[in-house]
Design a protein around this ligand. Structure first.
Ligand SMILES: NC(=O)c1ccc[n+]([C@@H]2O[C@H](COP(=O)([O-])OP(=O)(O)OC[C@H]3O[C@@H](n4cnc5c(N)ncnc54)[C@H](O)[C@@H]3O)[C@@H](O)[C@H]2O)c1
Ligand SMILES: O=c1ccn([C@@H]2O[C@H](COP(=O)(O)OP(=O)(O)O[C@H]3O[C@H](CO)[C@@H](O)[C@H](O)[C@H]3O)[C@@H](O)[C@H]2O)c(=O)[nH]1
Length: 454
């Protein structure tokens, strides 16, 4: 099938590459010339395991191309995926300007029946607005072409995006039930049929329910995390270990083990913005989502928990102290720094007078860029440095902080760490180590919900 992808970011690029992988003819369009230039030079602008290989294979087979040419983009695809960003607006609602611009770009050029697929995460009612934008452009041109807007929210996780896309838990398709909607549904069914060979994964529903399902999923996952973080903080007070508690409750199949890890807060481009957007949608309808307001408040507080623990241990003035930070990306296996808990944490340490030596296996370039945007020109920025080796960061530091659970941090050389740190102090925001093992190593270990400083 001929597919156009509008927006070649984390979702668009993975969607395009994976749809090419199963044999489709894919045209990826983006307004960002830098991104398209990198792709056309054979590179990949983001770090996502396995993605470079899929793109290279399909480029060589002539099944995927990248362009900033909007005319060619709209002409190409019978199915047009909109996968542009929907960042939070000032009031927390989803900013739909990029989605609607993409819709207008399609409407201004379409020359026959098109299926327009909302892949971006968008509030309930957006498909209707996309339809209106398309119809408005057609009317302006005095042209009449059939189209239907389908909601097909994406559930991939960064760091596992290719795997998630190729083996989805479910494919949600919200279609209208008029004639064009049924035609669109049949085309989408055909497009996704290779993913359903083992068992049927597609769930058909109305458009508004599909739009809502995406927010409900992220809100539920964020709720589990904030719930565990709140209990972890209590576990610290009462002297229980949240890791035992996690296993104890996760073994109940009604609860399950996933997304119960306490830590220094959830980040990323999705949970924070989608929780906010759902709260905002509710308030527009006169509803106060009490649970989700608490989920957000707990997460905001959780991003300060490591700093509080450090101040508790070392006193409120950190002038002259140096901290090694392992992990900058919002989660492992990505270079994405959007809403990464490392950002407020490092900013707070710098504000308290400390110096920070930061290390991440893949996010260093992106970290330099975002910390530059956040802090450049300030005295604090002078006290932040980036290291290319984790142990270079710890040499002579007053403590080590773990912020992202990269695999390479799971079994460090504790002897070397202890010898290098000026005091054997580890603050772990991701609960990577066993407190008893750390005690044996002679390292003072503070984690999240594992009891007070040991
Ligand atoms: N990142 C994820 O893990 C993930 C997962 C599921 C859903 N989503 C949702 O998917 C959407 C995209 O997220 P992302 O992380 O891929 O964003 P992103 O910022 O990585 O990519 C968006 C891309 O759209 C491009 N763009 C903006 N306006 C455009 C236009 N008018 N025409 C063409 N291109 C345009 C930008 O240049 C950018 O490259 C969001 O709604 C997000 O909530 C993201
Ligand atoms: O038990 C857990 C699991 C995750 N996290 C944190 O939660 C954040 C988000 O992690 P994750 O969900 O793995 O990454 P995302 O790539 O943001 O994926 C989420 O957001 C995407 C965009 O909407 C959805 O498509 C995915 O299904 C959804 O998992 C990260 O900061 C994690 O450190 C925890 O603190 N504890």
């Amino acid at each position: 099938m001929k597919i156009t992808i509008i927006g070649t970011g984390y979702v668009g690029l993975v969607t395009g590459a994976c749809l090419a992988e199963i044999g489709n003819d894919v045209f990826c369009f983006d307004v960002d010339e830098r991104k398209i230039a990198i792709l056309n030079d054979g590179g990949v602008p983001i770090h996502e395991p396995g993605l470079a290989e899929v793109i290279a294979r399909n480029r060589a087979a002539g099944r995927i191309r990248f362009s900033t040419d909007v005319d060619a983009s709209v002409m190409h695809g019978d199915v047009q995926f909109i996968a542009v960003g929907t960042p939070p607006d000032e009031d927390g609602s989803a900013d739909l300007q990029y989605v609607l611009a993409a819709a207008r770009a399609i409407g201004a050029r379409m020359n026959g029946f098109k299926v327009i697929v909302d892949k971006s995460t968008v509030p309930v009612g957006t498909a209707k607005r996309v339809s209106e934008a398309l119809a408005g452009e057609l009317a302006r041109r005095n042209e009449a072409h059939g189209f239907s807007v389908v909601s097909n929210p994406e559930f991939l996780k960064e760091g596992a995006a290719v795997e998630d896309f190729m083996r989805p838990d479910r494919i949600v398709l919200g279609c209208d039930d008029d004639e064009n909607g049924q035609r669109a549904r049949a085309m989408m069914k055909q497009l996704y049929s290779p993913f359903n060979r083992n068992h049927e994964r597609t769930m058909y529903m109305d458009v508004r329910s599909a739009e809502f399902t995406k927010y409900a999923a992220n809100a539920m996952l964020a709720t589990r995390i904030s719930f565990m973080n709140e209990l972890a903080n209590l576990a610290d007070e009462v002297g229980a270990d949240i890791e035992y508690v996690r296993r104890g409750i996760g073994s109940d199949p009604r609860i399950g083990y996933s997304f119960l890890y306490a830590g220094c807060g959830y980040g990323g481009s999705c949970f924070p913005k989608d929780v906010q957007a759902l709260i905002r949608t509710a308030s527009e309808h006169g509803h106060d989502l009490k649970v989700l307001n608490a989920v957000e408040a707990v997460n905001e507080r959780q991003k300060n928990v490591l700093v509080d623990k450090i101040l508790n241990e070392l006193g409120s003035d950190l002038t002259g102290k140096t901290f090694a930070v392992w992990g900058l990306a919002f989660k492992p296996n990505t270079d994405d720094m959007r809403e990464a808990p490392s950002r407020p944490l490092i900013a707070a340490l710098l504000r308290k007078g400390a110096s920070v030596r930061a290390y991440d296996p893949v996010a260093l370039d992106e970290a330099k860029r975002v910390f530059g945007l956040d802090l450049s020109g300030t005295a604090e920025f002078e006290r932040l440095s980036f290291q290319h080796d984790p142990y270079e960061a710890t040499e002579g530091a007053d403590a080590l902080l773990i912020v992202t659970e990269w695999k390479e941090f799971k079994s460090p050389d504790f002897g070397r760490l202890k010898a290098q740190l000026s005091a054997p102090l580890v603050f772990d925001g991701r609960n990577l180590y066993e407190p008893s093992e750390m005690r044996k190593q002679g390292i003072k270990y503070t984690a999240i919900g594992r009891g007070r400083v040991l």
